[in-house]
Design a protein around this ligand. Structure first.
Ligand code: PLP
Length: 405
């Protein structure tokens, strides 16, 4: 690496410090290029990406289909106005309803907005059919986004006193405790909203019997069941949708992250029964805008065409077996997850040091909690990418002198 390259990076980092508003500690690198499973920084160092842009780059970095769709659509129509239908919007909504079994789609840009739409739809349902019921039951340790209402929906202890006052009407109950959920249901309840595998909460899955009991309770009381598949959707868990592991049909499904492959895109899907919005109830300047719709259509079509959900199931099982082997020599425990949304625990406090050391070795992983490591690579990851991930992880564990006791 030349001195000029080093000083270019130093200059960029100084400029970042000067002008980018602080919201998160970031390592002292500047990412410049991505291709497939790898990212490169401004010093030319490459990283095997097992964060996948935070479960976003489903087809890997800069996939050809995304580039082609972007180029083609940007030459035809970038934005027409949310007041008009456009061809890519119609094609993409047809594709999503066909593969999911839902009837209708509303498009937005971020996961938080898709969840906001779901909450609005639930409150509309409460107003129309449940005597004004407005409360939504969600889980402790859940994550539903960063808008003010989604911060209220999220069950994160660190946010309890942040940005008070909270949006009212959200009740949190522990995961996999049906009695607690049942006890929280009242005449004010209009919906239950769940992640089926809590991603930011550390990769905790709901139990099938628990979810099936919740589905039954929703049917009995006319409550809407919303599943937040912003992180688990479109192949990540080894099926196109995580709810397909559970033999239930939700009333509302939210998608984001992977459906745009890196382009900001989200969707809320529902059934004809809950086709309840009236003129002006919901919208957004960028809802269904053609450029994003063409990209989403191309990305989702490619995930389906390549069978990436099935591949995620196979490669994910392989990764679990390899992590279990590694756990014989290093202190990895509670290896868990579905498909390519995986996690394991490390000794208290060693999550961040392991993330930092892995980055030194050229591997990107994430610690959603101080003692939990999460893996959410692009869905194109192969067994040999897993082998390489294990090799780099083992190097990082060895350098940190973390050994099984
Ligand atoms: N819901 C879940 C399950 C998520 O994991 C996230 C983001 O991590 C969100 C919602 C929020 O999505 P966004 O950051 O795109 O608003």
């Amino acid at each position: 690496m030349t001195k000029a390259v080093q000083s270019q990076t130093a200059g960029l980092l100084a400029a970042a410090e000067q002008s980018v508003l602080f919201t998160a500690k970031r390592p002292a690198v500047v990412m410049e290029r991505g291709e497939g499973m790898h990212l490169w920084d401004t010093e030319g160092k490459s990283y095997l990406d097992f964060i996948g842009g935070w479960a976003v780059t489903s087809l890997g970095h800069s996939p050809a289909v995304l580039q082609e769709a972007l180029l083609k659509q940007s030459g035809e129509l970038v934005h027409a106005s949310p007041g008009y239908y456009n061809k890519p919007m119609i094609e993409f909504s047809q594709l999503l309803t066909r593969i999911s079994g839902f009837d209708k789609v509303f498009f937005a840009s971020s996961g938080s907005e898709a969840n906001e739409s779901a909450v609005k739809l639930a409150r509309k349902h409460g107003a129309l059919h449940l005597g004004g019921a407005y409360e939504i039951i969600t889980l402790t340790n859940s994550f539903h986004g960063r808008t003010l209402a989604m911060m209220s929906a999220t069950g994160k202890a660190q946010w309890d006193t942040l940005y008070e006052p909270k949006v009212p009407g959200f009740i949190h109950v522990p995961i996999n405790d049906f009695d607690a959920c049942f006890a929280a249901i009242s005449s004010k309840t209009c919906a239950i909203m769940l992640e089926l595998v809590q991603g930011e909460g550390g990769v905790n899955a709901v139990d099938p019997a628990y979810l099936q009991a919740i589905r039954k309770a929703c049917d009995v009381y006319g409550i809407m069941l919303i599943v937040d598949e912003i992180q688990t959707g479109l192949g990540r868990t080894g099926k196109l949708f995580a709810f397909q592991h559970y033999d239930i049909q939700p009333d509302v499904l939210t998608l984001g992250k992977g459906i745009g492959g890196g382009y900001p895109l989200s969707a809320m899907l529902t059934t004809n029964k809950f086709n309840l919005f009236e003129q002006g109830d919901q919208g957004g300047t960028y809802s269904g805008a053609p450029l994003g719709m063409a990209i989403g259509h191309a990305v989702v079509q490619e995930i389906v065409r390549l069978g990436l959900a099935e591949q995620a199931a196979t490669v994910g099982s392989y990764a679990i077996s390899k992590l279990q082997e590694l756990a014989r020599a290093y202190p990895l425990s509670n290896i868990r997850g579905k498909g390519l949304l995986l996690a394991f625990d490390v000794p208290e406090g060693s999550g961040q040091p392991l993330v930092a050391q892995s980055m030194e070795e050229g591997l990107l992983i994430n610690a959603p909690r101080p003692s939990t490591i999460r893996l959410m690579p692009p869905l194109i990851a192969t067994k040999s990418d897993v082998d390489e991930m294990i090799r780099l992880l083992q190097q990082a564990l060895a350098r940190l002198s973390l050994a099984a006791s």
